[in-house]
Design a protein. Structure first.
Length: 244
């Protein structure tokens, strides 16, 4: 099966150099999957499709993305997902037509985050759930209002995401975050205090990966991360569950 090209805007599985980021995203899907059991699910911004496929083990999934190549890829690689091309600014679903909207590592890419959340509320049935993850601005782009990632339009702190969701008519049920577990904390210590910074330095330098760093990154598993409601300001990614 052909791998969708890695552009820097989306995470792609099966690439050793990208494995840390893929597993960091995967743990959020695994943590949130229980909310999807037996449900009609929209993944708004499905990207490569691995997350939509994971959620499809729990219920029926529409994977929505604006990128034509991504939708063609999802249709071919993940037949359990109904892949649909569409704009997240105007979700192509009827009012009250799904039980769950999943939006993982996507809202930071959107220009009109408020409008998108209102659209999520519109397509959810009463009592339906919104699942959101997004990089924590405080740790991802510390001390900055402008994101470091050129593909991000606006990053959020935990309280800012909570406020946006509530303003769109949702009630927040859970607000937590992704953290490094013991294995990754050991790798942080081994690679100068931050395995993230070590990866960024390699990417910026463009000189190739040191063998020990690549081996460490390729060996990261989803279980090496933790999702907890503690110490939100220090989390890597925010994890939110809200009810319409």
């Amino acid at each position: 099966m052909t791998t969708l090209p890695l552009t820097g805007e989306r995470t792609v599985p099966g690439i050793d150099e990208e494995n840390y980021w893929f597993r960091r995203h995967e743990i959020a899907y695994l943590h949130l999957a229980a909310h999807c059991e037996g449900k009609a699910i929209l993944e708004a911004g499905c990207g490569e499709g691995y997350g939509a496929a994971l959620l499809a083990e729990q219920g029926s999934v529409i994977g929505l993305d604006y990128d034509e190549s991504a939708i063609a890829h999802v249709s071919k690689k993940y037949p359990a997902v109904r892949a649909v091309r569409g704009n997240l600014a105007y979700l192509p679903l009827r009012d009250g037509s799904v039980d769950v909207v999943a939006n993982l590592q996507v809202i930071e890419h959107l220009w009109d985050q408020e409008g998108f959340l209102r659209e999520c509320h519109r397509v959810l049935r009463p009592g339906g759930r919104l699942l959101v993850t997004t990089p924590n601005r405080i740790t991802f782009s510390p001390g900055r209002d402008t994101p470091l990632n050129p593909f991000h339009t606006r990053e959020l702190a935990p309280s800012e995401l909570d406020d946006l969701v509530r303003a769109a008519g949702f009630g927040t049920e859970y607000l937590g975050g992704v953290h490094h577990g013991p294995v990754l904390r050991e790798l942080d210590a081994r690679f100068g205090g931050s395995i993230i910074d070590a990866q960024v330095e390699v990417a910026v330098a463009g000189t190739g990966w040191p063998a020990d760093l690549l081996t460490a990154v390729a060996g990261v598993a989803a279980d090496d991360f933790e999702v907890t409601g503690r110490d939100l300001d220090a989390c890597l990614d925010i994890v939110l569950v809200a009810r319409a």
